[in-house]
Design a protein around this ligand. Structure first.
Ligand code: ATP
Ligand code: MG
Length: 454
């Protein structure tokens, strides 16, 4: 069997062939091509050594950057395209469970394929003609939608503890099943998986969240022990019953919310918020007097715990701030008894720029009560109310106030934390009564607050 090959890949191949070298397209690109999907990155493998790769590409006018030279990888830029080119290699000794102690180059593509993780990732396409080299029957596994280790699963997972996480990630990304022996070997390599750096765990979790049904991976993680290892806070939500409107325990509820977020193409932050919005419930749960569970202030506990989790996963501060804010604010309960001031306070707390996301989180949360699209009527009423009030209100945040911090300095209030506190109080006043938002009135109130406090 052969496959159609991109013209630039053919050109690159002829540069290598003219130098007496072989070159193949490998890894995810071949897998995706066989699945009829769009190819994103070109990973190429060759028997040319890195110095030879560099010489061949430069001679043809291309650019070479030694991006992973220790592992025999360079990135080449050629005719508006880029590719990673890695010399065929074998790996030996994984004493830290993360990366091989030594890299040995080989001149045999089949040896190179044998060190790869799964059969579906161990297929090469010989260039330029596109002949498939598939010593481990990866194509058959792709057809059957099966993830299977190359060789002995237990050995392969004990060499590199990232592989089990890649397996569950691919399961949800591709909608594949993990073959029985491969799945069964994950539990025996948890101590090796425990050595994987949090950045790499984060990258896999990000890819799980970007996949069509993230719960597939999280349930596999639960079954194999990976969830307890990496996201223990989520694992302990299993069996935490809620009853009332809720059909599910806290773990399934969280997974339904996350799947809803993915199915509706929500942002990465919203997917994280959906997954962790109730993570504080096991801690907050109390048996109420009437025999129903209560979860008072669980949103605050959840936000604090989510911050710890995302810090551990080395997420950016911007992601952490936005996810935790959404979680902290997710428990609003609108009724038509809310005064205009209450609606304005809601907007100010949420921040206008976050309203849409909070509504989305609410939809995911409501869906996850039962796994069905829930009753959105009260949310729709709130949205209407908010829109109406936003159209009329001029002051919904500190920057909309008729005075600034400088104005407060100007009337003799000393700089420091007090300024911010007073501005927040002025905003509260204006949210209650927008008519107060004049320079004169606010300066008067500010001075009064300052004098009372000092
Ligand atoms: P994606 O890019 O969608 O994550 P991919 O299969 O291309 O999928 P990469 O991380 O880009 O994954 O790796 C490229 C190839 O390198 C893989 O297809 C696989 O052959 C090999 N590979 C990657 N990581 C490992 C690993 N931990 N152990 C063994 N082989 C690996
Ligand atoms: Mg890739």
């Amino acid at each position: 069997m052969t496959k159609a090959v991109h013209p630039v890949l053919k050109e690159i191949a002829s540069l290598f062939n003219n130098g007496g070298k072989e070159i193949y397209l490998v890894g995810g690109a071949v897998r995706d091509m066989l699945m009829g999907k769009k190819i994103n990155d070109w990973d190429l493998a060759t028997n040319a050594l890195p110095d030879e790769v560099t010489a061949i590409v430069k001679r043809a006018g291309g650019k070479v950057v030694p991006t992973g030279i220790k592992h025999g990888t360079v990135t080449v830029f050629y005719k508006n395209n880029s590719a990673e080119i890695t010399t065929f290699r074998l790996e030996a000794g994984y004493s830290d469970g993360r990366r091989p102690d030594e890299v040995h180059f080989t001149s045999d593509i089949e040896e190179d394929l044998s060190r790869r993780d799964f059969t579906m990732n161990a297929i090469a396409l010989r260039l330029p003609e596109g002949k498939i080299v598939d010593p481990f029957d990866g194509e058959a596994d792709i057809k059957a939608k099966v993830i299977r280790c190359v060789g002995n699963a237990a050995e392969r997972f004990n060499e590199d503890g990232l592989r089990p996480l890649r397996a569950v990630r691919f399961a949800s990304q591709l909608g594949f099943e993990i073959e029985k022996n491969t799945l069964g070997a994950i539990g025996g390599a948890l101590s090796v998986s425990a050595k994987v750096s949090w950045e790499r765990v984060r990258d896999e979790i990000d890819k799980i969240l970007a996949s069509p049904i993230p719960s597939r991976a999280f349930l596999l993680m639960e079954k194999t022990g990976l969830l307890k290892l990496f996201l223990e806070e989520l694992a302990v939500c299993r069996g935490v019953e809620q009853k009332g409107f809720h059909r599910f325990d806290v773990l399934d509820h969280s997974l339904y919310a996350c799947d809803y977020a993915a199915a509706n193409d929500y942002s990465h932050e919203l997917r994280l918020a959906s997954l962790f919005h109730d993570i504080g419930k096991p801690q907050a749960r109390r048996m109420g007097e009437s025999g129903v569970w209560t979860f008072y202030r669980h949103e605050e506990i959840s936000a604090v715990m989510c911050k710890q989790i995302l810090n551990r996963l080395r997420c950016s501060n911007a992601v952490i701030a936005s996810v935790c804010h959404l979680i902290k604010e997710h428990m609003f309960h609108y009724t038509d008894e809310w005064s205009d001031a209450a609606v304005r306070r809601f907007i100010a707390r949420a921040g206008q720029e976050n309203l849409e996301d909070l509504y989305r989180l609410r939809r995911a949360d409501t869906y996850a009560f039962s796994g069905k699209e829930g009753d959105a009527s009260s949310l729709l009423l709130l949205v209407k109310r908010v829109d109406k009030i936003m159209a009329h209100s001029k002051a919904l945040s500190i920057k909309d106030l008729a005075v600034s911090g400088n104005d407060l300095l100007g009337i003799g209030i000393p700089s420091g934390k007090k300024i911010g506190i007073i501005l927040r109080e002025l905003l509260e006043t204006v949210l209650d009564d927008p008519a107060q938002n004049t320079r004169e009135k606010l300066l008067e109130i500010a001075l009064k607050i300052y004098k009372e406090r000092s």
